[in-house]
Design a protein. Structure first.
Length: 287
């Protein structure tokens, strides 16, 4: 090939590349202007999810491609995020310090969008603006933080609630700890209060008193429990006594003892009788 032909071909290719680049640049500028005009024209659309209410949309349940997120060169799903209205925070300039701070608080993950009358993806996902790339990198680098901390805290909170409820049941003075006539503490009631003051942790050392439906019984029982607790603490700060509307889970020891004694006394005689003398072949293996 002659050198002149090569030079001529290079000039043609260079001119064609420049023309192509210029055309692409013009189309890009026009698409930016059309995006701005479309977003300004589509302020009546509700976040691009109710095209029936959009004055410029087709009203057929699509994602308002013609007015809300117009991108002259690429289809909607290929357009960059910064031209999509649902990825913008109103009143905040993109890539500003405030924008980075607000997007840093957003959840990580794919956003759910309505497109052509369908939700993409179908599973529940976060909606709204996306975090920046640095935020996604931070989440991937320290994964599974902070979700592991949230899971651990939820389990610990549940255990603490169960533990608190268990100690509340253990430190309750029930109705069977009192004499039914005088409303004075029985020996079991005194021992129960002594156990609470000696064994319960300090944060759970509160005496709960089961409320009674009998008139005047609550005040008498409160006075009895307060007196015994003050005597057992020997000058220290006595624990607080709080009424508790509850039902006893167990039974008094006296009632359990009476039931057991009645069971033993009412056992029938054995009904299996054994013969006094064994007959021929009784008990033999036989052959």
């Amino acid at each position: 090939m002659h050198k002149t032909d090569v030079t001529r071909r290079d000039h043609v290719m260079t001119g064609f590349s420049k023309s192509l680049f210029a055309a692409a640049f013009v189309m890009l500028i026009s698409s930016f202007s059309s995006v701005a005009e479309a977003q300004e024209r589509c302020d009546t659309c509700v976040n691009g999810q109710a095209c029936q209410q959009c004055q410029n949309g087709s009203g057929q349940g699509d994602y308002c491609d013609d007015c809300h997120h117009k991108w002259g060169l690429l289809p909607y799903w290929m357009a960059p995020d910064f031209v999509k209205k649902e990825d913008q925070i109103p009143g905040v300039r993109r890539w500003s310090k405030e924008d980075y701070y607000l997007r840093g608080q957003l959840p990580i993950g794919q956003r759910q969008k309505c497109y052509k009358g369908k939700m993409w993806p179908a599973e529940p996902r976060p909606t709204g603006p996306k975090p920046h790339m640095i935020h996604r990198f931070h989440a991937a680098h320290y994964w599974p933080y902070p979700y592991d901390v949230w899971s651990r805290n939820s389990v610990n909170n549940m255990i603490d609630a169960h533990q608190q409820k268990g100690w509340q049941d253990a430190t309750t003075v029930y109705e069977y700890h009192f004499d039914t006539d005088s409303n004075e503490l029985t020996d079991a009631g005194n021992m129960h209060i002594k156990w609470i003051l000696e064994n319960a942790p300090i944060q759970y050392r509160t005496l709960y008193l089961q409320t009674s439906a009998k008139a005047g019984s609550n005040d008498l029982r409160m006075a009895a429990v307060t007196q015994v607790a003050g005597r057992l603490t020997a000058g220290e700060q006595p624990p607080s006594v709080v009424f508790r509307n509850t039902t006893a889970y167990g039974r008094p020891a006296q009632e359990v003892d009476s039931i057991r004694r009645g069971e033993l006394q009412s056992q029938p005689l054995p009904r299996i009788t054994y013969p006094s003398s064994a007959g021929p072949g009784y008990g033999s293996g036989g052959s």
